[in-house]
Design a binder for this molecule. Structure first.
Ligand SMILES: *Cc1c(COP(=O)(O)O)cnc(C)c1O
Length: 429
């Protein structure tokens, strides 16, 4: 990369950022700073999204309501706590392409995955397997293994693992459909991601659901890396359930309250589940009767009254998404990640291999980058980026994940990354 290449790219980046209709959303976030006081280039929104400015006030409001109203805060104040989870329902439904009655904010991702498997993984001696991808997030493997064992089966025979069959590690649609076709009669549940956390690959939820349902399997999706990243159409996909966390692309803070989707066709109170009083029929909940009667819809899986101080950031953050709109965000995301990809391809091909699928419909904003050369080179590049105020993450043995998120990342951030990698590799060339 020559100095004149750089100057031209910098002008292009500045012009594209200035023409970005969503540019002002960056000002709604608190951008972390590095040692010298300048802003970091933050590419870890796939791990922990940045703090929306509105979150602090949203939290202070609830502290004030608690101070001033105490128990009355359940019914009074700006956002009464009794129906508080309902304040995020419409925004969650819009982001996930669901009916409002199909979504609920509760618990954490892995806890919700367990609750969903209690209802939708009902193994029999003939049909007891779970189809999952081999490189699934460890927590998903642990949850699946423990559910299989809980029902008296053995993961060695009841867990079917899909391995990547494409050069970058992605799983082809063919491989997924073949596995469902081949093992369908013994699969109780197909559990796949919306976007794979390591490779950044996006999956076709509709096609997978169609194929799995045709073979009589239930289908659930882990949307940890998909929600807030891709526009989703959960209702139309027809899947039985989905779960996600809210601290990644949804920017709702560390350990934020997670989410859950249950398709409308399961809005019945006779479905087996682990129950708690907050899932009880809302019209009679406070009669405090001894017998559980589930409220229809996703709300019927709630266990406890929700943590208001943890829901307040989610409410504030979803409001930002509502104003930006998932369609506009996706449009920017495709352009931003595409621009980033082109730069890496043109200027860093000797250093980095992009392992995320090239087709825009098969990925979200994240690019997974394999560092060429020995593992120590990758570590040293990662350390150099870190020292330059460029926040990415490192996955053993040789992968750097960088996720330009359309709410707060700019072309100029991507260029900063490219320049830092070029500087690092120059003396080695
Ligand atoms: C981030 C992530 C998790 C984390 O689980 P928590 O229960 O939120 O701690 C689980 N699964 C996947 C696929 C993830 O990406």
């Amino acid at each position: 990369m020559t100095p004149s290449d750089l100057a031209a790219l910098e002008q292009q980046a500045i012009a594209l950022d200035a023409a970005d209709p969503l540019a002002s959303f960056r000002d709604e976030f608190l951008i972390p700073r590095q040692g010298d006081g300048s802003e970091q280039a933050y590419f870890c929104g796939n791990s922990l999204g940045l703090q929306p400015r509105a979150v602090r006030q949203a939290l202070l409001d609830e502290l004030d309501e608690w101070r001033d109203l105490a128990v009355e805060g359940h019914f009074r104040g700006k956002h009464p706590w009794m129906p508080y989870h309902a304040f995020v329902r419409d925004d969650l439904a819009a982001i996930t392409g669901a009916l409002p009655s199909e979504v609920v904010a509760m618990n954490s991702l892995t806890a919700n995955l367990h609750l969903m498997m209690v209802s939708f993984y009902r193994p029999t001696s003939e049909r007891h397997a779970i189809l999952i991808e081999k490189s699934a997030f460890p927590s998903d493997h642990y949850a699946v293994d423990s559910q299989i064992r809980f029902h008296g089966f053995d993961p060695a025979t009841s867990k079917i693992e899909l391995d990547g069959d494409e050069s970058g590690g992605a799983i082809s649609q063919d491989a997924i459909l073949r596995a469902i076709e081949e093992h369908g009669s013994r699969i109780a549940l197909v559990l796949l991601p919306g976007v794979q956390y390591l490779s950044g690959q996006a999956f076709d939820l509709f096609a997978i659901t169609q194929a799995a349902h045709a073979r009589g399997c239930r289908v659930g999706f882990d949307l940890a890396h998909a929600v807030g990243n891709l526009p989703l159409a959960l209702h139309d996909s027809g899947c039985d359930f989905a779960v996600w966390c809210s601290y990644k692309y949804l920017n709702s803070g560390p350990g934020a309250v997670a989410g859950c989707f249950v398709h409308e066709r399961h809005a019945r109170s006779d479905l087996p589940r682990f129950a708690g009083w907050w899932g009880h029929d809302q019209s009679t909940r406070f009669e405090m009767g001894p017998r559980f009667h589930a409220t229809p819809g996703a709300d019927g899986w709630q266990l406890s009254n929700p943590p208001i101080l943890a829901l307040a950031p989610l409410r504030a953050s979803l409001e930002v998404f509502r104003r930006a709109g998932m369609t506009a965000l996706r449009e920017k995301s495709i352009a931003l990640t595409g621009w980033f990809e082109t730069l890496i391809h043109r200027h860093l091909a000797k250093v980095l291999d992009i392992t995320t699928p090239r087709e825009t419909e098969r990925r979200g904003c994240q690019l997974s980058l394999r560092v060429r050369g020995p593992r120590e080179a990758g570590r040293s590049l990662y350390d150099h980026l870190h020292a330059s105020g460029i926040v990415v993450d490192w996955r053993e043995p040789d992968v750097i994940r960088a996720a330009p998120t359309p709410l707060y990342n700019r072309r100029i951030d991507c260029l900063r990354f490219v320049r830092a990698v070029a500087d690092w590799s120059a003396p080695r060339a």
